[in-house]
Design a protein around this ligand. Structure first.
Ligand SMILES: [Zn+2]
Length: 495
Protein backbone atom coordinates (compact mmCIF):
# COMPACT_ATOMS: atom_id res chain seq x y z
CA UNK A 1 0.00 0.00 0.00
CA UNK A 2 2.17 2.84 -1.24
CA UNK A 3 1.53 6.16 0.37
CA UNK A 4 0.13 8.49 -2.24
CA UNK A 5 1.00 11.74 -0.55
CA UNK A 6 4.63 12.25 -1.42
CA UNK A 7 6.33 14.64 0.92
CA UNK A 8 9.81 16.11 0.40
CA UNK A 9 12.63 13.75 1.27
CA UNK A 10 15.88 15.18 2.63
CA UNK A 11 19.18 13.31 2.74
CA UNK A 12 22.55 14.31 4.07
CA UNK A 13 24.96 14.16 1.13
CA UNK A 14 28.59 13.47 2.05
CA UNK A 15 29.66 15.01 -1.25
CA UNK A 16 28.16 18.44 -0.49
CA UNK A 17 28.35 18.09 3.30
CA UNK A 18 24.78 19.22 3.79
CA UNK A 19 21.24 17.95 3.97
CA UNK A 20 19.66 18.24 0.54
CA UNK A 21 16.24 17.86 -1.00
CA UNK A 22 16.18 14.47 -2.70
CA UNK A 23 15.28 14.66 -6.40
CA UNK A 24 15.54 11.35 -8.26
CA UNK A 25 16.87 11.26 -11.82
CA UNK A 26 13.96 9.20 -13.19
CA UNK A 27 11.04 9.29 -10.74
CA UNK A 28 9.34 7.25 -9.47
CA UNK A 29 12.34 4.99 -9.92
CA UNK A 30 15.26 5.33 -7.50
CA UNK A 31 18.52 3.46 -8.11
CA UNK A 32 20.65 2.66 -5.05
CA UNK A 33 24.06 1.02 -4.98
CA UNK A 34 25.20 -0.27 -1.61
CA UNK A 35 28.69 -1.62 -0.98
CA UNK A 36 28.24 -5.17 0.21
CA UNK A 37 30.28 -7.52 2.37
CA UNK A 38 33.74 -8.89 1.71
CA UNK A 39 33.08 -12.58 2.15
CA UNK A 40 36.25 -13.92 3.74
CA UNK A 41 35.02 -13.93 7.37
CA UNK A 42 31.70 -13.63 9.19
CA UNK A 43 30.01 -10.25 8.88
CA UNK A 44 29.73 -8.61 12.30
CA UNK A 45 26.94 -6.51 13.78
CA UNK A 46 28.92 -3.32 13.08
CA UNK A 47 28.75 -4.13 9.35
CA UNK A 48 25.06 -4.87 9.75
CA UNK A 49 24.47 -1.39 11.11
CA UNK A 50 25.30 -0.05 7.62
CA UNK A 51 23.15 -2.64 5.86
CA UNK A 52 20.20 -1.86 8.15
CA UNK A 53 20.64 1.86 7.38
CA UNK A 54 20.37 1.14 3.66
CA UNK A 55 17.35 -1.07 4.38
CA UNK A 56 15.62 1.86 6.14
CA UNK A 57 16.51 4.19 3.31
CA UNK A 58 14.96 1.81 0.82
CA UNK A 59 11.86 1.16 2.96
CA UNK A 60 11.43 4.91 3.58
CA UNK A 61 11.52 5.65 -0.16
CA UNK A 62 9.10 2.79 -0.84
CA UNK A 63 6.76 4.14 1.86
CA UNK A 64 6.89 7.46 0.03
CA UNK A 65 5.74 5.78 -3.17
CA UNK A 66 9.08 5.48 -4.96
CA UNK A 67 10.01 2.42 -6.94
CA UNK A 68 13.40 1.48 -5.51
CA UNK A 69 15.93 -0.73 -7.27
CA UNK A 70 18.73 -1.76 -4.90
CA UNK A 71 22.02 -3.33 -5.95
CA UNK A 72 24.33 -4.66 -3.25
CA UNK A 73 27.49 -6.39 -4.40
CA UNK A 74 29.40 -9.29 -2.93
CA UNK A 75 33.16 -8.64 -2.79
CA UNK A 76 34.81 -11.99 -3.37
CA UNK A 77 38.19 -10.92 -4.74
CA UNK A 78 40.84 -8.24 -4.53
CA UNK A 79 40.25 -6.71 -1.11
CA UNK A 80 43.67 -6.35 0.51
CA UNK A 81 44.45 -6.73 4.18
CA UNK A 82 45.52 -3.15 4.45
CA UNK A 83 43.33 -1.18 2.10
CA UNK A 84 44.45 2.27 3.10
CA UNK A 85 48.03 1.52 2.18
CA UNK A 86 47.02 -0.93 -0.55
CA UNK A 87 49.37 -3.51 0.84
CA UNK A 88 49.24 -7.03 2.17
CA UNK A 89 47.67 -10.12 0.78
CA UNK A 90 44.22 -10.40 -0.80
CA UNK A 91 41.95 -11.17 2.19
CA UNK A 92 40.34 -14.16 0.52
CA UNK A 93 43.64 -15.60 -0.66
CA UNK A 94 45.05 -15.14 2.84
CA UNK A 95 42.11 -16.99 4.38
CA UNK A 96 42.48 -19.76 1.79
CA UNK A 97 46.22 -20.12 2.41
CA UNK A 98 45.85 -20.21 6.19
CA UNK A 99 42.82 -22.52 6.37
CA UNK A 100 43.58 -24.91 3.53
CA UNK A 101 40.22 -24.27 1.88
CA UNK A 102 39.79 -22.91 -1.62
CA UNK A 103 39.13 -19.20 -2.03
CA UNK A 104 35.85 -20.02 -3.82
CA UNK A 105 34.73 -22.33 -0.99
CA UNK A 106 35.42 -19.60 1.54
CA UNK A 107 33.57 -16.97 -0.48
CA UNK A 108 30.55 -19.27 -0.91
CA UNK A 109 30.46 -20.22 2.73
CA UNK A 110 30.58 -16.65 4.06
CA UNK A 111 28.12 -15.42 1.43
CA UNK A 112 25.61 -17.97 2.74
CA UNK A 113 26.29 -16.96 6.36
CA UNK A 114 25.86 -13.30 5.48
CA UNK A 115 22.55 -13.95 3.73
CA UNK A 116 21.28 -15.96 6.69
CA UNK A 117 22.21 -13.18 9.14
CA UNK A 118 20.77 -10.47 6.87
CA UNK A 119 17.51 -12.41 6.93
CA UNK A 120 17.67 -12.70 10.75
CA UNK A 121 18.05 -8.90 10.81
CA UNK A 122 14.98 -8.60 8.53
CA UNK A 123 16.99 -6.77 5.87
CA UNK A 124 15.03 -7.08 2.65
CA UNK A 125 17.08 -8.85 -0.04
CA UNK A 126 18.51 -6.50 -2.68
CA UNK A 127 17.04 -6.62 -6.16
CA UNK A 128 20.45 -7.74 -7.35
CA UNK A 129 23.53 -9.14 -5.53
CA UNK A 130 26.25 -9.22 -8.18
CA UNK A 131 29.55 -10.90 -7.36
CA UNK A 132 32.86 -9.32 -8.26
CA UNK A 133 34.20 -12.56 -9.72
CA UNK A 134 31.30 -12.65 -12.21
CA UNK A 135 32.26 -9.21 -13.56
CA UNK A 136 35.95 -9.45 -14.44
CA UNK A 137 35.30 -8.62 -18.16
CA UNK A 138 33.43 -5.42 -17.17
CA UNK A 139 36.28 -4.41 -14.85
CA UNK A 140 38.86 -5.06 -17.57
CA UNK A 141 36.79 -3.03 -20.05
CA UNK A 142 36.58 -0.06 -17.69
CA UNK A 143 40.31 -0.28 -16.94
CA UNK A 144 41.00 -0.25 -20.70
CA UNK A 145 38.82 2.87 -21.04
CA UNK A 146 40.83 4.58 -18.31
CA UNK A 147 44.12 3.65 -20.02
CA UNK A 148 42.78 5.05 -23.32
CA UNK A 149 41.76 8.28 -21.61
CA UNK A 150 45.23 8.68 -20.14
CA UNK A 151 43.90 8.22 -16.61
CA UNK A 152 45.80 4.98 -16.04
CA UNK A 153 49.22 3.56 -16.86
CA UNK A 154 50.72 0.08 -17.09
CA UNK A 155 53.78 -1.09 -15.15
CA UNK A 156 55.02 -4.71 -15.02
CA UNK A 157 51.59 -6.23 -15.53
CA UNK A 158 50.00 -3.81 -13.02
CA UNK A 159 47.64 -1.04 -14.07
CA UNK A 160 47.51 2.08 -11.89
CA UNK A 161 45.08 4.96 -11.82
CA UNK A 162 46.92 8.24 -12.38
CA UNK A 163 45.33 10.37 -9.69
CA UNK A 164 47.11 13.56 -10.81
CA UNK A 165 45.18 13.38 -14.11
CA UNK A 166 41.76 13.51 -12.43
CA UNK A 167 41.07 17.03 -11.23
CA UNK A 168 38.09 16.12 -9.08
CA UNK A 169 40.05 13.82 -6.80
CA UNK A 170 39.36 14.49 -3.11
CA UNK A 171 35.90 16.06 -3.59
CA UNK A 172 34.18 13.40 -1.47
CA UNK A 173 36.69 12.83 1.32
CA UNK A 174 38.73 16.02 1.27
CA UNK A 175 41.84 13.94 0.51
CA UNK A 176 43.11 15.86 -2.49
CA UNK A 177 46.47 15.02 -4.05
CA UNK A 178 48.08 17.93 -2.17
CA UNK A 179 46.63 16.66 1.09
CA UNK A 180 47.83 13.15 0.41
CA UNK A 181 51.32 14.25 -0.53
CA UNK A 182 51.74 16.19 2.68
CA UNK A 183 51.14 12.85 4.36
CA UNK A 184 47.85 13.69 6.04
CA UNK A 185 46.04 10.52 5.16
CA UNK A 186 46.63 7.94 2.58
CA UNK A 187 48.86 5.66 0.74
CA UNK A 188 52.31 6.82 1.66
CA UNK A 189 54.01 3.62 2.71
CA UNK A 190 53.31 1.10 0.03
CA UNK A 191 54.89 -2.26 -0.45
CA UNK A 192 54.31 -2.10 -4.18
CA UNK A 193 55.03 1.59 -4.56
CA UNK A 194 58.27 1.17 -6.50
CA UNK A 195 56.59 0.83 -9.89
CA UNK A 196 54.03 3.59 -9.35
CA UNK A 197 54.53 7.12 -10.57
CA UNK A 198 53.10 8.64 -7.39
CA UNK A 199 52.13 7.26 -3.98
CA UNK A 200 48.51 8.41 -4.30
CA UNK A 201 47.95 6.31 -7.43
CA UNK A 202 45.98 3.14 -6.87
CA UNK A 203 45.77 -0.25 -8.56
CA UNK A 204 43.06 -1.09 -11.08
CA UNK A 205 44.64 -4.39 -12.04
CA UNK A 206 47.34 -6.37 -10.34
CA UNK A 207 49.83 -8.82 -11.68
CA UNK A 208 48.95 -12.33 -10.45
CA UNK A 209 50.99 -15.42 -9.96
CA UNK A 210 50.92 -19.17 -9.33
CA UNK A 211 50.68 -18.57 -5.56
CA UNK A 212 47.15 -17.24 -6.13
CA UNK A 213 43.99 -19.29 -6.69
CA UNK A 214 42.05 -16.44 -8.29
CA UNK A 215 43.69 -15.32 -11.54
CA UNK A 216 42.29 -14.12 -14.83
CA UNK A 217 43.88 -13.32 -18.15
CA UNK A 218 43.83 -9.70 -19.23
CA UNK A 219 45.44 -7.47 -21.88
CA UNK A 220 48.20 -6.88 -19.30
CA UNK A 221 48.82 -10.53 -18.47
CA UNK A 222 47.47 -12.84 -15.78
CA UNK A 223 46.23 -11.07 -12.71
CA UNK A 224 43.30 -9.89 -10.65
CA UNK A 225 41.37 -6.63 -10.20
CA UNK A 226 41.95 -3.96 -7.57
CA UNK A 227 39.19 -3.69 -5.00
CA UNK A 228 37.65 -0.36 -6.04
CA UNK A 229 37.08 -1.10 -9.73
CA UNK A 230 34.40 -3.74 -9.05
CA UNK A 231 31.90 -1.24 -7.62
CA UNK A 232 32.42 1.20 -10.50
CA UNK A 233 31.98 -1.58 -13.05
CA UNK A 234 28.91 -3.17 -11.44
CA UNK A 235 27.16 0.10 -10.51
CA UNK A 236 27.58 1.40 -14.08
CA UNK A 237 26.39 -1.88 -15.56
CA UNK A 238 23.24 -2.22 -13.44
CA UNK A 239 22.30 1.37 -12.57
CA UNK A 240 23.73 3.35 -15.48
CA UNK A 241 26.44 5.97 -15.77
CA UNK A 242 24.50 8.19 -13.38
CA UNK A 243 22.30 6.99 -10.57
CA UNK A 244 20.62 8.36 -7.47
CA UNK A 245 22.12 7.09 -4.22
CA UNK A 246 25.29 5.28 -3.13
CA UNK A 247 25.53 4.01 0.43
CA UNK A 248 28.20 2.50 2.64
CA UNK A 249 29.92 2.74 5.99
CA UNK A 250 31.71 6.00 6.80
CA UNK A 251 35.09 4.24 6.54
CA UNK A 252 34.45 3.59 2.84
CA UNK A 253 34.48 7.31 2.01
CA UNK A 254 38.23 7.07 1.53
CA UNK A 255 39.81 5.47 -0.34
CA UNK A 256 37.05 3.23 -1.71
CA UNK A 257 34.39 5.76 -2.71
CA UNK A 258 36.84 8.51 -3.64
CA UNK A 259 38.47 6.03 -6.02
CA UNK A 260 35.10 4.88 -7.30
CA UNK A 261 34.24 8.43 -8.37
CA UNK A 262 37.65 8.81 -10.05
CA UNK A 263 37.12 5.57 -11.98
CA UNK A 264 33.48 6.00 -12.99
CA UNK A 265 33.67 9.68 -13.83
CA UNK A 266 37.05 9.12 -15.48
CA UNK A 267 35.59 6.42 -17.73
CA UNK A 268 32.24 8.05 -18.60
CA UNK A 269 32.87 11.78 -18.13
CA UNK A 270 29.75 11.99 -15.96
CA UNK A 271 29.35 12.46 -12.24
CA UNK A 272 28.19 8.94 -11.28
CA UNK A 273 26.28 9.46 -8.02
CA UNK A 274 23.88 12.20 -6.95
CA UNK A 275 23.71 11.47 -3.21
CA UNK A 276 26.37 9.76 -1.12
CA UNK A 277 24.96 8.43 2.15
CA UNK A 278 27.34 7.10 4.80
CA UNK A 279 26.52 5.41 8.08
CA UNK A 280 28.49 5.92 11.29
CA UNK A 281 30.23 3.26 13.34
CA UNK A 282 28.93 1.02 16.03
CA UNK A 283 31.19 1.39 19.04
CA UNK A 284 31.71 -1.02 21.86
CA UNK A 285 31.82 0.13 25.44
CA UNK A 286 31.75 -1.64 28.80
CA UNK A 287 30.89 -5.05 27.45
CA UNK A 288 30.89 -7.68 30.13
CA UNK A 289 28.49 -10.24 28.70
CA UNK A 290 29.98 -13.70 28.54
CA UNK A 291 29.85 -15.33 25.18
CA UNK A 292 29.90 -19.11 24.92
CA UNK A 293 31.74 -19.38 21.67
CA UNK A 294 33.56 -16.10 21.38
CA UNK A 295 34.85 -15.24 17.96
CA UNK A 296 37.88 -13.10 18.35
CA UNK A 297 36.57 -11.04 21.22
CA UNK A 298 38.34 -11.00 24.52
CA UNK A 299 35.37 -11.07 26.82
CA UNK A 300 37.26 -10.83 30.07
CA UNK A 301 38.52 -7.46 29.12
CA UNK A 302 36.20 -4.67 30.10
CA UNK A 303 36.77 -1.87 27.69
CA UNK A 304 36.32 1.44 29.37
CA UNK A 305 36.56 3.58 26.30
CA UNK A 306 34.36 3.16 23.32
CA UNK A 307 36.13 1.84 20.27
CA UNK A 308 34.95 1.04 16.77
CA UNK A 309 34.00 -2.56 16.22
CA UNK A 310 36.47 -4.13 13.84
CA UNK A 311 38.23 -7.39 13.28
CA UNK A 312 41.65 -5.90 13.89
CA UNK A 313 40.50 -4.55 17.30
CA UNK A 314 39.35 -8.07 18.23
CA UNK A 315 35.92 -7.02 19.45
CA UNK A 316 33.75 -8.73 16.89
CA UNK A 317 30.16 -9.66 17.73
CA UNK A 318 28.04 -11.57 15.24
CA UNK A 319 24.28 -11.91 14.88
CA UNK A 320 24.73 -15.50 16.08
CA UNK A 321 26.59 -14.19 19.16
CA UNK A 322 23.52 -12.13 20.06
CA UNK A 323 21.34 -15.20 19.79
CA UNK A 324 23.69 -17.18 22.04
CA UNK A 325 23.26 -14.41 24.61
CA UNK A 326 19.48 -14.69 24.38
CA UNK A 327 19.19 -11.38 22.52
CA UNK A 328 16.65 -11.28 19.71
CA UNK A 329 18.20 -9.91 16.47
CA UNK A 330 15.13 -7.63 16.37
CA UNK A 331 16.28 -6.14 19.70
CA UNK A 332 19.53 -5.18 17.97
CA UNK A 333 17.49 -3.61 15.17
CA UNK A 334 15.50 -1.77 17.85
CA UNK A 335 18.77 -0.52 19.38
CA UNK A 336 19.84 0.80 15.96
CA UNK A 337 16.56 2.71 15.76
CA UNK A 338 17.43 4.65 18.90
CA UNK A 339 20.32 6.56 17.27
CA UNK A 340 20.51 8.58 14.09
CA UNK A 341 22.56 6.80 11.43
CA UNK A 342 25.10 9.65 11.31
CA UNK A 343 25.83 9.36 15.04
CA UNK A 344 28.08 6.81 16.61
CA UNK A 345 26.07 4.24 18.52
CA UNK A 346 27.29 2.58 21.67
CA UNK A 347 26.77 -1.14 22.00
CA UNK A 348 27.01 -2.20 25.62
CA UNK A 349 25.33 -4.68 27.96
CA UNK A 350 23.12 -1.87 29.19
CA UNK A 351 22.15 -0.55 25.77
CA UNK A 352 21.27 -3.91 24.22
CA UNK A 353 19.34 -5.06 27.30
CA UNK A 354 17.42 -1.76 27.35
CA UNK A 355 16.60 -2.31 23.66
CA UNK A 356 15.37 -5.85 24.33
CA UNK A 357 13.15 -4.52 27.13
CA UNK A 358 11.86 -1.71 24.92
CA UNK A 359 10.96 -4.19 22.20
CA UNK A 360 9.28 -6.52 24.70
CA UNK A 361 7.19 -3.64 26.05
CA UNK A 362 6.11 -2.65 22.57
CA UNK A 363 5.18 -6.25 21.81
CA UNK A 364 3.19 -6.45 25.05
CA UNK A 365 1.28 -3.28 24.11
CA UNK A 366 0.46 -4.83 20.74
CA UNK A 367 -0.52 -8.25 22.05
CA UNK A 368 -3.64 -6.89 23.76
CA UNK A 369 -4.93 -5.08 20.66
CA UNK A 370 -7.75 -6.74 18.71
CA UNK A 371 -6.99 -7.86 15.17
CA UNK A 372 -9.30 -6.68 12.46
CA UNK A 373 -8.92 -6.90 8.74
CA UNK A 374 -8.64 -3.58 6.98
CA UNK A 375 -8.60 -3.14 3.26
CA UNK A 376 -6.19 -0.70 1.69
CA UNK A 377 -8.96 1.80 1.00
CA UNK A 378 -10.39 1.76 4.52
CA UNK A 379 -10.02 5.40 5.54
CA UNK A 380 -7.85 6.29 8.53
CA UNK A 381 -9.30 8.25 11.42
CA UNK A 382 -8.18 11.87 11.78
CA UNK A 383 -5.96 11.01 14.77
CA UNK A 384 -4.30 8.12 12.96
CA UNK A 385 -3.77 10.23 9.87
CA UNK A 386 -2.10 12.89 11.98
CA UNK A 387 0.31 10.33 13.41
CA UNK A 388 1.04 8.98 9.94
CA UNK A 389 1.95 12.43 8.71
CA UNK A 390 4.30 12.96 11.66
CA UNK A 391 5.87 9.54 11.04
CA UNK A 392 6.33 10.16 7.33
CA UNK A 393 7.93 13.54 8.02
CA UNK A 394 10.36 12.01 10.50
CA UNK A 395 11.55 9.20 8.24
CA UNK A 396 11.80 11.55 5.26
CA UNK A 397 13.94 13.99 7.22
CA UNK A 398 17.25 12.21 6.62
CA UNK A 399 15.90 9.05 8.28
CA UNK A 400 15.07 10.36 11.73
CA UNK A 401 14.41 6.87 13.03
CA UNK A 402 14.58 7.75 16.76
CA UNK A 403 11.52 9.99 16.26
CA UNK A 404 9.86 7.33 14.08
CA UNK A 405 10.37 4.78 16.86
CA UNK A 406 8.91 6.98 19.57
CA UNK A 407 5.88 7.72 17.35
CA UNK A 408 5.41 3.96 16.91
CA UNK A 409 5.48 3.39 20.66
CA UNK A 410 3.04 6.24 21.12
CA UNK A 411 0.74 4.83 18.40
CA UNK A 412 0.51 1.49 20.19
CA UNK A 413 -0.82 3.24 23.32
CA UNK A 414 -2.70 6.20 21.90
CA UNK A 415 -6.19 5.73 23.35
CA UNK A 416 -7.63 8.48 21.13
CA UNK A 417 -7.33 5.86 18.39
CA UNK A 418 -9.53 2.74 18.45
CA UNK A 419 -7.56 -0.37 19.52
CA UNK A 420 -8.00 -2.19 16.20
CA UNK A 421 -6.85 0.85 14.27
CA UNK A 422 -3.81 1.16 16.57
CA UNK A 423 -2.76 -2.32 15.48
CA UNK A 424 -3.19 -1.34 11.82
CA UNK A 425 -1.24 1.89 12.37
CA UNK A 426 1.72 0.20 14.04
CA UNK A 427 1.93 -2.38 11.24
CA UNK A 428 1.85 0.48 8.72
CA UNK A 429 4.86 2.04 10.49
CA UNK A 430 6.59 -1.32 10.71
CA UNK A 431 6.76 -1.47 6.92
CA UNK A 432 9.60 1.00 7.47
CA UNK A 433 10.98 -0.01 10.89
CA UNK A 434 11.07 -3.71 9.99
CA UNK A 435 10.78 -5.04 13.56
CA UNK A 436 8.57 -7.96 12.49
CA UNK A 437 5.76 -6.63 14.67
CA UNK A 438 3.21 -8.48 12.53
CA UNK A 439 4.44 -11.67 14.20
CA UNK A 440 3.29 -10.49 17.65
CA UNK A 441 0.48 -12.82 18.63
CA UNK A 442 -2.68 -11.61 20.26
CA UNK A 443 -2.92 -12.63 23.88
CA UNK A 444 -6.52 -13.83 23.84
CA UNK A 445 -8.12 -13.35 27.26
CA UNK A 446 -9.50 -16.73 28.32
CA UNK A 447 -13.19 -16.99 28.74
CA UNK A 448 -14.34 -18.68 31.93
CA UNK A 449 -17.47 -20.62 31.03
CA UNK A 450 -20.60 -20.93 33.19
CA UNK A 451 -19.69 -24.57 33.73
CA UNK A 452 -16.27 -23.70 35.18
CA UNK A 453 -17.75 -20.93 37.32
CA UNK A 454 -20.29 -23.40 38.74
CA UNK A 455 -17.54 -25.91 39.54
CA UNK A 456 -15.53 -23.20 41.29
CA UNK A 457 -18.55 -22.30 43.44
CA UNK A 458 -19.14 -25.99 44.31
CA UNK A 459 -15.48 -26.38 45.21
CA UNK A 460 -15.56 -23.37 47.52
CA UNK A 461 -18.62 -24.87 49.25
CA UNK A 462 -16.87 -28.24 49.59
CA UNK A 463 -13.79 -26.62 51.12
CA UNK A 464 -15.94 -24.68 53.58
CA UNK A 465 -17.51 -27.99 54.57
CA UNK A 466 -13.98 -29.47 54.83
CA UNK A 467 -14.95 -32.09 52.25
CA UNK A 468 -11.41 -32.51 50.86
CA UNK A 469 -12.27 -35.50 48.73
CA UNK A 470 -14.97 -33.67 46.82
CA UNK A 471 -12.76 -30.59 46.66
CA UNK A 472 -10.00 -32.62 44.99
CA UNK A 473 -12.44 -34.23 42.55
CA UNK A 474 -13.75 -30.80 41.55
CA UNK A 475 -10.16 -29.53 41.15
CA UNK A 476 -9.50 -32.38 38.69
CA UNK A 477 -12.71 -31.63 36.81
CA UNK A 478 -11.74 -27.96 36.50
CA UNK A 479 -8.30 -29.02 35.31
CA UNK A 480 -9.77 -31.07 32.48
CA UNK A 481 -11.51 -27.87 31.34
CA UNK A 482 -8.12 -26.16 31.02
CA UNK A 483 -7.68 -24.24 34.29
CA UNK A 484 -5.36 -24.69 37.22
CA UNK A 485 -6.77 -23.87 40.65
CA UNK A 486 -5.04 -22.03 43.44
CA UNK A 487 -6.41 -21.84 46.97
CA UNK A 488 -6.41 -18.39 48.49
CA UNK A 489 -7.99 -16.79 51.53
CA UNK A 490 -10.70 -15.49 49.21
CA UNK A 491 -11.42 -18.96 47.84
CA UNK A 492 -10.53 -20.74 44.59
CA UNK A 493 -8.58 -18.76 42.01
CA UNK A 494 -8.12 -19.81 38.43
CA UNK A 495 -4.81 -19.73 36.57
ZN1 LIG B 1 32.05 -0.70 -2.99
Amino acid sequence: MPTENKIPVYLYNTLTRRKELFIPLHPPRVGIYSCGPTVYKDIHIGNFRTFVMTDWLRRMLTYNGYDVYLVRNITDVGHLQNDTEESGEDKLEHEARTTGRSAYEIANYYTQQYMRDADEMNILPPDLSPKATDHIPEMIAMTEQLVERDLAYIRNGNVYYDVSHFSGYGALSGNTVEQLRTGGHGRQQMEIADDKDAPEDFALWKHGGPERQMNWSSPWGTGFPGWHIECSAMATKYLGEQFDIHTGGIDLTFPHHEDEIAQSEGATGKQPVRYWVHGEFLVIGNRKMKVGNAQEADDDETQEQTIKMSRSKGNVILVSTLKELGIDPMAYRYLLLTAHYRSKLNFSDESIIAAQNGLNNLRADLAILPRETFTEDTPWSAEAEEMRTAFQKAISDDLDMPVALSLTREAARNNKIAPAERWRLVLDFDRVLGLRLDSVEASTPRVVSEEVQALVRQRDEARKARNWKLSDQLRDQIRTLGFEVRDTAQGTELA
